[in-house]
Design a protein around this ligand. Sequence first.
Ligand SMILES: C[S@@+](CC[C@H](N)C(=O)[O-])C[C@H]1O[C@@H](n2cnc3c(N)ncnc32)[C@H](O)[C@@H]1O
Length: 256
Amino acid sequence: MDFRKINEEIWDKNVDNQDIWTMPVSSKEVMKAKEGDWKIVLTPTKEVPREWFPKELTGKDVLCLASGGGQQGPIMAALGANVTVFDNSQNQLNQDIMVAKRDNLIIKTVQGDMKDLSMFANESFDFIVHPWSNCYIDNVLPVWKEAYRVLRHGGILISGFANPIEYIFDLKNINEDKLVVRHKIPYSDLTSISQEELKEFVIGQGEAIAFGHTLHDQIQGQIDAGFLIAGFYEDKGGTVLDSYIESAIATKAVKL
Ligand SMILES: C[S@@+](CC[C@H](N)C(=O)[O-])C[C@H]1O[C@@H](n2cnc3c(N)ncnc32)[C@H](O)[C@@H]1O
């Protein structure tokens, strides 16, 4: 199954359906960012601490990785960075293009798979913003390796991703706010559930095909790629689990 193609179509539709992760920033937010008043998120609610960003973003080469939707890219561009927004969904990229035209920003957009950044030269970015999205790929290790390759030394990668605990529960029950433990981690919508369940509870609900990666792949995977993990926080994941545990994670990683 070409899950990347299916996820492209689902995220294209999410834009038509005004899913929260496809809603671009307003002109007011862009204007305020130009005046120094801004925030971005990598996870559902908490804003990224200011000390996770380079002191000065003007003139910095910033890659917003799997970050279409007109959110992080326009804010980075308003701060004077040279921004490239990379995403699998053209409709998501169109949101960045729309904001750029509307608010007079320069934003380059590239459509592709986050596991393959071969269109970018080694050491061509200073900062990578990688919001919650690696649940849509079957293997996160190539992303950490590619991010490391395209960053300059001293460059920073900030990422948001899911605690795999989100994926141990039965989908049908979790949709009804019931927590029934069922799955092993790593989880895959392609192999952990039946084709019927995939059709009914994932694709049929307009959900993109998802994968629950181990914390080893999420954290040690970054370290193995060469990064030093220099920051960490947790946030609400936006599911029924929020009453028990914050299931979203953000990390700051530095290429020394
Ligand atoms: C939850 S949204 C995150 C973007 C959003 N700007 C935000 O504020 O968090 C997930 C994004 O990942 C993108 N995506 C999914 N699979 C991808 C892949 N294989 N390569 C690149 N982007 C992908 C989707 O198209 C979607 O725009």
